[in-house]
Design a protein around this ligand. Structure first.
Ligand code: XLS
Ligand code: NI
Ligand code: NI
Length: 439
């Protein structure tokens, strides 16, 4: 049965007038000797695509998907799985990401029943994966939506909530393993605080570390070999989220000696909320060897919340892919469109336009980034910029041959050489030229 009237989306090239085609995403085209689809590893987010129904703070759900027209919650969940796989097939998307709560209805007071429902749905997903060859990029648990998580999950003041959270993660990790998930994500839902007047931050962070340590141990115990990822976010829902940005997460991991077990899942919109650029967060992860995966979306610089829009800004996608290429790819990670259509884009077809826009923007960004790297545009400039550290006193500094006394002696004898321009505007103009001219 066809769930969508839209047919398969094919690559038609930049000149195409067909808005239901890819203009840049050509899955098997080689870029730097590797097919585009392997560079990009696009994934569909189950929640934004199949459970988001247009709600915002001033209006409730109203999208109407014909496959949702059943009263039986389990039937509806299964229909959504079938529709999701047809959607991915049509868009040539080879991965999906999910929260436990997206795929199966929960019984918030009965964990055993919730787990039973999950098992039933996982069987349906497995059949669809077998039929289509589509894979699981990552799974996670929703430990933030239900009322019991009002004070957080792993950082809740209520120990029984901590226990429940552990149980949820355990199950979510098991089903992610069962589905062959290549990663498991921890996004700290309500792990943060509203006021320090009632919060013991030191104790809550110790507890967060205890929970993550248990997760590491359990992954090992069940032989889950996927990469564990932490997704930083500075605020929302709490005023101050503990996993603020890459730098804060790294400090946390290193304090608790967990740094060897986790990498980052960097979300563009979260970087914006942290007052960083997307590229900054990718860069900080990359240089610390923890760039794991990407939640490919975009925020709105004029809005202070997680708008989760489809990414369409080629400037951003270029610089993102530039960091990914410098990282040697994302390994087990990929590009998950943690993105949703706007409330006013309420027709089924809009889901296609959203994904096509994001996939084309990243495909284009990949090609521009590859060309920039091939031509060593910024690399040659940077090499020259730091040249003073490759000889003389600079070399001695880098090689650890000098301390304050030697450097004082040097400074007393030698004047500072003339500084050179940083040439920012020139470089920005070259970047524009590459974005416009790259074939
Ligand atoms: C919320 C997060 C969330 C994670 C998965 O802002 O982006 O969607 O990606 O829990
Ligand atoms: Ni996300
Ligand atoms: Ni987000």
């Amino acid at each position: 049965m066809a769930y969508f009237k839209v047919g398969k989306i094919n690559y038609e090239g930049p000149q195409s007038k067909n808005n239901l085609s890819f203009r840049y995403y050509n899955p098997n085209e080689l870029v730097l000797g590797k097919p585009m689809k392997d560079h990009l590893k696009f994934a569909m987010s189950f929640w934004h695509t199949f459970t988001f129904m247009g709600r915002d703070p001033f209006g409730g759900d109203f999208f109407s998907r014909h496959w949702d027209n059943t009263e039986d919650a389990m039937e509806k969940a299964k229909e959504r799985i079938h529709a999701a796989f047809e959607f991915m097939e049509k868009l040539q998307i080879e991965y999906f990401c999910f929260h436990d709560a997206d795929i199966a209805p929960r019984d918030p007071d009965n964990l055993a029943e919730t787990n039973r429902r999950l098992d039933e749905i996982v069987e349906v997903i497995k059949q669809e994966m077998k039929r289509t060859g589509i894979k699981c990029l990552w799974g996670t648990t929703n430990a933030f939506g239900d009322a019991k998580f009002v004070h957080g999950a792993g950082t809740s003041c209520n120990a029984t909530v901590f226990a429940y959270t552990a149980a949820q993660i355990k199950k979510a990790m098991e089903i992610t393993k069962e589905l062959g998930g290549e990663n498991y994500v921890f996004w700290g839902g309500r792990e943060g605080y509203e006021t320090l007047l009632n919060t013991d931050t030191a104790f809550e962070l110790d507890n967060m570390a205890r929970l993550l340590r248990m997760a590491v141990d359990y992954a090992k115990e069940i032989g889950f070999t996927g990469q564990l990822l932490i997704e930083p976010k500075p605020k929302e829902p709490t005023k101050h989220q503990y996993d603020f940005d890459t730098a804060s997460v790294l400090a946390f991991l290193r304090k608790y000696n967990l740094q060897d077990h986790f990498k980052m899942n960097i979300e563009a919109n979260h970087a914006t909320l942290a007052m960083h650029t997307f590229q900054h967060e990718l860069n900080m992860s990359r240089i610390n060897g923890v760039l794991g995966s990407i939640d490919a979306n975009t925020g709105d610089p004029n809005l202070g919340w997680d708008t989760d829009q489809f990414p369409t800004n080629i400037y951003d996608t270029t610089l993102a892919m530039y960091e990914v290429l410098l990282n040697g790819g994302l390994g087990k990670g990929g590009l998950n469109f943690d993105a949703k259509v706007r409330r006013a884009s309420f027709e089924d077809e809009d889901l296609f336009y959203g994904y096509i826009a994001g996939m084309d923007a990243f495909a284009r960004g990949l090609k521009v980034a590859a060309k920039l790297l091939e031509d060593r545009v910024f690399e040659d400039f940077k090499e020259e910029r730091y040249a003073s550290y490759r000889e003389g006193i600079g070399k001695d500094i880098v090689e650890g041959k000098v301390g304050f006394k030697e450097l004082e002696a040097y400074a007393l004898k030698n004047n500072v050489t003339k500084n050179k321009s940083g040439r920012q505007e020139m470089l920005e103009n070259i970047l524009n030229q590459y974005i416009i001219e790259t074939e």
